[in-house]
Design a protein around this ligand. Sequence first.
Ligand SMILES: [Mg+2]
Length: 153
Amino acid sequence: MLPVEPDTNRHCFAPCQPGTFCKCLGQWIQATLEEAPIMSDEDRLEMEAQKPHPWQLNPWHPMERPIDKKHIGKLMEELGECSSAAARCLIQGIDEAEPVTGKINREWLEDEIADVLANAELNMDHFGLDRERIETRKVRKMEHLRAWHGMLE
Ligand SMILES: [Mg+2]
């Protein structure tokens, strides 16, 4: 049976060996008396010096709050839908229609761009993103891409 991470009830990926530092548990695993090597104070100090800092054990901290997940998840979903609409325009043409529903690709792309913009606004508000920084980058990106696209005309 694998050890269980504290506070998560998740099992570690591998068993931790006695006398080693278990990254999953974030602690040294005690060796039994039979297994324990005889260590000098110098060895013990060296072993402590090699012990990873807590942030090295788990540098990633995924979102946990449901409201954060809802905001970022919905943005991701709409980005995917916008990508699908853009791909359809590329493949079929922007003024062609979806064969079953008859919806014009241009309208679908407009709808999905609107959904992305709406969710981008909500995410900027929710996470307190720097709107000035975003606007500056957006303007710079548009200038860069206009110059790039202009080379094809
Ligand atoms: Mg949508």
